[in-house]
Design a protein around this ligand. Structure first.
Ligand code: ADP
Ligand code: MG
Length: 367
């Protein structure tokens, strides 16, 4: 049983609250990413789980065991860091064997386990090389191998791909997904890169300033962001967020109806879009770039910068002072300086209470 549970876990460094009363339950076999901007407490969370940092408060459990005072070596976890220091004078085989040797595991078991790990990571043909003779991706795989060879219950990875170039990162993402599928162990992965978190995770824990913002599947994080922070952080380009007012507009048939007045946008919301706690007042309106349709509609805007990537065009609009960002097809015939008409996919608008930052859509899930 390798469920990982944080209960009211807290870490302070002097007056800095690095992790603020974290409650998080990670199921056995999950691939969970801790995602958030630099300094939000991801590494501190992982280091507390690894036993490298002592919590200032709260309880950490791995399986049935409270591990707060269990030394790192006894926690049955392995950690891979961004700077995966391999021993340069040792061969790949010896690097992978090292943790077994340190634990007194003898031949032939040691070599058998090294070979099994090397096969899993497709390193069999590289076992006699030194780290300097390997590519960055191969070195990263050796570092993973060294962590895996002990067959720990839980893997902790702290930005393990951030030193690699973009192509290799994409390749290693696919490899990690495949590896997780094959070995089925719990993996906890720290990253500030939303693409990594979105593509690899069963669930993502989004953090900001030491506080867990949302813990949900990638699809939920994207389609049902729990608050304004998650809404603005996830998605590239980020969704447009426009401050304004939610106003009631009767309806007459007993159904609650609302409009939003946000900057230049005055929009009637579809019945049932908002949850029961929604009430007239200040809100932030969130619009994903793909939910603005150019060409027709009753809104108009001036076209600013158009960035064409081939398969899509990222278009900046200014609708009477309200900036909006649009994802349009690559061949959209549009030029900077023009005026365009546009419409919104109103059923996909995101509405947040300006005071609490919380999502007001009816689809909001508890996280
Ligand atoms: N050993 C330390 N001493 C003092 N402050 C620290 C220490 N480790 C982390 N911090 C602070 O705690 C906060 C969270 O850091 P960290 O967990 O490294 O963030 P992340 O990994 O998300 O970038 C930051 O404000 C950081 O400066
Ligand atoms: Mg970090």
């Amino acid at each position: 049983m390798a469920e990982v549970v944080f209960e009211k876990v807290r870490k302070t460094f002097g007056s800095t609250v690095a992790v603020n009363d974290l409650d998080l339950t990670i199921d056995e076999g999950e691939f969970v990413s801790l995602l958030g901007p630099s300094g939000c407490g991801k590494t501190t969370t992982l280091r507390m789980l690894a036993g490298l940092e002592e919590p200032s408060g709260g309880t950490i459990r791995i399986g049935d065991r409270v591990v707060n005072s269990v030394p790192p070596a006894k926690r049955d976890i392995a950690m891979v860091f961004q700077s995966y220091a391999l021993y340069p004078h040792m061969t790949v085989g010896k690097n992978i064997a090292y943790p077994l040797k340190k634990r007194g595991i003898r031949e032939p078991e040691r070599s058998e386990r090294v070979m099994a790990t090397a096969r899993l990571l497709e390193l069999e043909t590289l076992l006699d090389r030194k780290p300097a003779q390997l590519s960055g991706g191969q070195q990263q795989r050796v570092a993973l191998g060294r962590a895996m060879v002990r067959e720990p219950q839980v893997f902790l990875l702290d930005e393990p791909l951030s030193n690699l170039d973009a192509r290799l990162r994409a390749h290693m993402r696919a490899e990690l997904i495949e590896l997780h599928r094959r070995i089925g162990r719990t993996m906890i992965y720290v990253t500030h890169d939303q693409l990594e978190a979105m593509t690899m995770s069963t669930r993502i824990a989004v953090m900001n300033a030491g506080v867990l913002q949302q813990f949900a599947t990638p699809a939920d994080i994207f389609h049902r962001p729990a608050n304004v922070f998650v809404a603005g952080f996830i998605g590239s380009p980020a969704m447009s967020l426009v401050e304004g007012e939610l106003v009631g507009s009767g309806g007459g048939d007993g159904e609650r109806r609302f409009r939003v007045h946000c900057g230049a946008l005055d929009v009637a919301l579809p019945a049932g879009l908002l949850n029961r706690s929604a009430a007239p007042g200040p809100i932030s309106l969130g619009i994903r770039p793909e939910d603005i349709l150019l060409g027709s509609g009753h809104h108009t805007a001036a076209v600013g910068v158009v960035e064409r990537t081939g398969h899509e065009s990222i278009v900046r609009l200014e609708a009477q002072g309200t900036p909006l960002i649009v994802r349009a097809p690559g061949d959209t015939p549009i030029e900077s300086g023009e005026t365009v008409r546009f419409s919104l996919r109103v059923e996909r608008l995101h509405i947040f209470d300006s005071t609490t930052g919380l999502r007001l859509n009816a689809d909001t899930k508890d996280s």
